[in-house]
Design a protein around this ligand. Structure first.
Ligand SMILES: NCCC[C@H](NC(=O)CCC(=O)O)C(=O)O
Ligand SMILES: NC(=O)OP(=O)(O)O
Length: 317
């Protein structure tokens, strides 16, 4: 594998999940694979889980890791081709990416959408330019439209906790939030669930339809109660609207997931990618109760990253 930016980069999803679960049991089985190889992680936005889990995964494979927090510590990056750089940006992404590609065998980058212009964000221009100019294998640490390391960890967690002998029902439910958030996590989750062996339902208020390229194959309903009926897993996430782009249409608190919402589920396990706004998106009682898988999912980020880095390292041979 040369890059991991979406589910489409993965040849065999089930094999990747199995590999991650084996690594979870034997994290040092390939501790020499990454010897004398360097991973560079570039963050244009904040992170806790992605930063730490990916570093730890790389270290378990014997890699050296360098982390660059561009937001606070790097030069202000220009992304526009042909820009006359007489303003506040200091270095073009072309030059920065090319230099980092010289120092690193594999690069990862986090770059959130600006949520101003749908074409700009959904073209994934920054991600694509970075991959092009860095010219080394690449792992997305969450881009404008997707968060594949998160989605892989989500699928690993669902696989571990799935009922035996039947397809689990997985429901992605929109939740309220205080501000406009990207669609990257729900887009990516939907894309992975549509490719996995699960019954997948999405529920959200009217107007929060995701880009259909990610939800093709899902059942979509505005009726949250109906969607949650018989659910085995509930994935809670806020997102802003896709069309018109980046809007907050409602903060209706009845969409916040509470124990009441679990009544007609199959004692559903509840997931969220974190960070979570407690008692806005999800109630304390769920997050601190027996149905929550949020910490277990975050723990699986390490093995998702390790399985992906292993494939990228194998691709260097
Ligand atoms: N990496 C996981 C999620 C990142 C981001 N959440 C946030 O920006 C939360 C910000 C806040 O709660 O103020 C998102 O939803 O895409
Ligand atoms: N879930 C997730 O990606 O967390 P961070 O933003 O903290 O990396």
């Amino acid at each position: 594998m040369k890059q991991f930016t979406s589910v489409h980069d993965v040849e065999d999803i089930e094999a990747l999940v199995r590999e991650a679960l084996v690594l979870k049991q034997h994290p040092y089985a390939h501790e020499s694979l990454g010897k004398h190889k360097t991973l560079g992680l570039i963050f244009l936005n904040p992170s806790l889980r992605t930063r730490l889990s990916t570093q730890k995964a790389a270290q378990s494979l014997g890699m050296n890791v360098m982390v660059m927090n561009m937001g606070q510590e790097g030069w202000a990056l220009e992304t526009q081709d042909g820009a006359i750089m007489n303003g506040t940006t200091v270095e073009h992404i072309k030059d920065a990416a090319a230099v980092m590609g010289e120092y690193c065998d594999i690069l990862g980058m986090r770059s959130f959408p600006k949520l101003q212009n749908v074409e700009d964000d959904y073209s994934e221009e920054i991600l694509q330019k970075f991959i092009q100019y860095a010219n080394v294998p690449f792992v997305s640490l969450e881009s404008a439209t997707r968060h594949p390391l998160q989605s892989l960890a989500d699928l690993i967690t669902i696989t571990e906790h799935a009922p035996k002998g039947r397809r689990p029902k997985v429901v992605l439910t929109w939740a309220p939030h205080v501000k406009a958030l990207p669609q990257a996590v729900p887009n990516s989750f939907a894309e992975w669930m549509c490719a996995a062996d699960v019954d997948f339902v999405i529920t959200h208020p009217e107007g929060y339809e995701l880009d259909p390229q990610f939800t093709n194959g899902a059942t979509i309903t505005y009726n949250q109660q109906e969607a949650l009926n018989g659910a085995d897993f509930i994935y809670v996430k806020n997102w802003s609207t896709y069309q018109p782009y980046g809007q907050v249409l409602t903060q209706d608190a009845s969409w916040m997931l509470t124990n009441q919402h679990l009544a007609n589920t199959n004692n559903a396990k509840v997931m969220h990618c974190l960070p979570v706004r407690r008692n806005v998106e999800l109630s304390d009682e769920i997050l601190d109760g027996p149905n929550s898988l949020v910490v277990q999912t975050a723990a699986n980020r390490e093995f998702a990253a390790q399985a992906v880095l292993r494939l990228l390292l194998e691709g260097l041979k």
